[in-house]
Design a protein around this ligand. Structure first.
Ligand code: GMT
Length: 378
């Protein structure tokens, strides 16, 4: 049995898959007896405000000194990381998202005690979007190469990191995970009646409505499906493409069949309402929301982008089509929503796959193995 570790975690604390994964991992590690120190500019939203054993929070305060045109958040973060590492004698910093977190961790390591290690987890757009920016590319490559271990959330992201940044060092695969105590099919018969008649099906899309999510494709798919299957579309979340999507829905005369729930905290409850999730993204290193749906027994119909095919097994736990092929996606959705036996089979396959392949304990152990390896305590 290995000893408990002292781990600093830095992530984007607001809504977003990388912040969710980092926070949930921190909570799991704390339950497993490690001392976890979140070092962020706000309390991560998934952390909650109640006291949790083994979890500590260190706020990064940015100095707004009058000569600064731009307050230097990155320097304040690096300095705070080093301070916490020294004061708490952290074993390692686990940073989520390359920019600026892996760069700040490198700087912190130069200032902290000599045994401090840095583990960087790549989540997606830090590579698929930012690493295409020539002004950031060298810095991202530098931070990745200087980390003691690097993990990425899908094989596809590992491949893309190697290709885009010409990186040869080992990168560990650490899939996203769900906590089976939270994500399971919830009873939502009462809530369901607020959105749909008993004979109607519910299709759902959950995202931050960024252009990479191709939310307009969701509307195209739904427009075709509702001509053949009595159904409703429920949107959860909000973001930059929301006005465009609302306009499209009005133009297509679908507003009576579409519901917008805005941002929601109780995703397991909301997702359990759905008969299928739509995820037609342009880029998606993993697709945490499809895993959350899977764990609640809800199949995904989506694109073959990025790591989605590693999560959703085509024909077993959902259906996938090339990016932008909304007609094919609609055909799959009609098949799923109109064949109760297929829907039941997929639901069972979803529950099985989520519990056995992407379960929290399994992935937490993978991370622990990496920590002990970099610390030479295998
Ligand atoms: O998908 C988003 O827009 C949020 C983004 C993030 O950076 O928080 O999510 C990324 O990380 C998640 C957790 O690892 C992955 O499940 C998402 O697929 C990934 N998003 C993209 O690659 C677009």
């Amino acid at each position: 049995m290995n000893e408990g570790l002292k781990i600093g975690i830095t992530c984007y604390p607001s809504l977003g898959g990388s912040g969710v994964v980092a926070t949930e991992l921190g909570k799991l590690l704390a339950e497993r007896g490690h001392q976890v120190h979140f070092i962020t500019h706000n309390i991560p939203f998934r952390l909650g405000s109640s006291f949790q054993k083994n979890i500590h929070y260190h706020e990064v305060e940015v100095n707004d000194y009058y000569v600064f045109r731009y307050p230097p958040y990155d320097l304040s973060l690096a300095s705070k990381m080093a301070q916490v590492a020294n004061l708490q004698q952290l074993d390692l910093l686990h940073v989520h998202y390359a920019v600026p977190h892996a760069v700040c961790a490198y700087l912190a390591k130069q200032m902290a005690h000599p045994d401090l290690k840095v583990v960087t987890t790549l989540h997606g757009t830090d590579i698929t979007v930012l690493a295409q920016d020539e002004s950031l590319k060298d810095m991202i490559r530098f931070a990745i190469n200087k980390s003691d271990a690097v993990t990425a959330v899908s094989k596809d992201l590992i491949r893309e990191t190697r290709e885009l940044l010409d990186i040869e060092r080992p990168i560990d695969l650490t899939y996203n995970f769900v906590d089976k105590r939270v994500y399971y099919p919830r009873d939502c018969s009462q809530l369901r009646s607020e959105f749909a008649y008993p004979f109607e099906k519910i299709m759902m899309h959950i995202s931050n409505f960024r252009p990479v999510k191709r939310v307009s494709d969701v509307v195209d798919v739904f427009a075709r499906v509702q001509e053949k299957v009595a159904s409703r579309l429920v949107f959860v979340g909000e973001g930059p493409d929301m006005p465009k999507v609302q306009c499209k829905i009005r133009e297509m005369g679908l507003e009576d069949r579409v519901h917008f729930l805005g941002k929601q905290d109780e995703i397991a409850q909301v997702i359990s309402l759905a008969d299928c999730l739509l995820l037609p993204s342009e880029k998606e290193s993993f697709g945490l929301v499809a895993l959350e749906a899977m764990a609640c027994g809800v199949p995904t119909i989506g694109s073959e982008a990025g790591g989605i095919p590693e999560l959703v097994t085509h024909g077993e736990t959902g259906f996938l089509a090339p990016i932008g092929e909304t007609e094919t996606m609609a055909e799959y959705a009609i098949q799923l929503l109109s064949q109760p036996m297929l829907a039941q089979k997929m639901r069972e396959a979803c529950l099985h796959r989520a519990r056995h392949v992407f379960c929290n304990d399994l992935i937490a152990r993978e991370y622990e193995k990496i920590y002990y390896r970099v610390l030479g305590k295998e």
